[in-house]
Design a protein. Structure first.
Length: 250
């Protein structure tokens, strides 16, 4: 089974999936391995690896290390063409469809596609939509784009449907790492009612309650990064996983 099918199966069985994002720049490899192992032990479904920049590690080595310590899928969530590794299970092949900057709509993808093919890596076509979240995020700055205003549900809905009609497999509604405000529940509700492909939601989700709200609004996958990076308590990931897995009541 390929990784996309695995993701769809997780959604089917559990109601929604919980994804832990590890940014190689935010902690040491050893700490990252510990987070990944705790994520697997406490019920997270998938590990995402990626970040806006790469200042402190060789990406391929980092992915290899994480992959060799967990058995749940490891998927690259690339901040750029410097983040490709054959040791991952798959890569989100993203276009920032909320943008009007041709370089992040199609330019970077043209550079990355042949490399991904040569490495035999599964590419999961993903429509990445930046949503205004209270301050300029790294993703906005680095992509030189403006986010969709957080009260313009119609704009978000139209972007998502265009992505579905273009054949993309997933939509990622992104408030940005460390966002002040998460993606509005009403926007998630309207987008997920309008399209039939799964919607990932991330950015600023700092509590299991917030994660549960996003799932109740229609999200198929929840991503958290920042909240697990500092002083990760035992059991914390399990609380998030239980909040997201609404079909499995315990
Ligand atoms: C960022 O959506 C992810 O790309 C996760 O955001 O780090 O704020 O959880 P946080």
């Amino acid at each position: 089974m390929n990784t996309l099918d695995t993701l769809l199966e997780i959604r089917e069985k559990k109601g929604a999936g919980y994804i832990v994002l590890i940014d190689p720049d935010k902690q040491s490899v050893e700490q990252s391995i510990a987070i990944a192992q705790q994520a697997e032990k406490e019920g997270a479904d998938v590990i995402f690896i990626g970040g806006s920049l790469l200042l402190f590690s060789v990406f391929d080595d980092f992915v290899t290390q994480i992959k060799s310590h967990v058995s749940i899928p490891v998927v690259i969530f690339p901040g750029g063409t410097n983040q490709i590794s054959q040791h991952a299970d798959a890569i989100l092949f993203m276009s920032i469809i909320s943008s009007r900057n041709p370089d992040v709509l199609m330019g970077k993808q043209i550079l990355a596609a042949p490399v991904i093919k040569m490495l035999g890596l599964e590419a999961i076509s993903t429509a990445y939509m930046l949503i205004e979240s209270g301050k300029m995020t790294s993703a906005e700055f680095m992509s030189d784009t403006r986010p969709i205003p957080r009260d313009k549900y119609d704009i978000a809905v139209a972007h998502a449907l265009a992505a579905e009609y273009m054949g993309m497999k997933l939509i990622y509604l992104e408030a940005g790492s460390g966002a002040i405000h998460t993606v509005p529940n009403e926007m998630i509700h309207q987008v997920t009612n309008y399209v039939s492909i799964p919607v990932i939601v991330g950015g600023g989700i700092t509590s299991p309650e917030l994660a549960r709200e996003k799932v109740a609004a229609g999200a198929s996958f929840i991503v958290t990064g920042n909240v697990l990076e500092n002083k990760l308590e035992q059991g914390r990931i399990r609380q998030f996983a239980m909040a997201v897995h609404h079909k499995i009541e315990t």
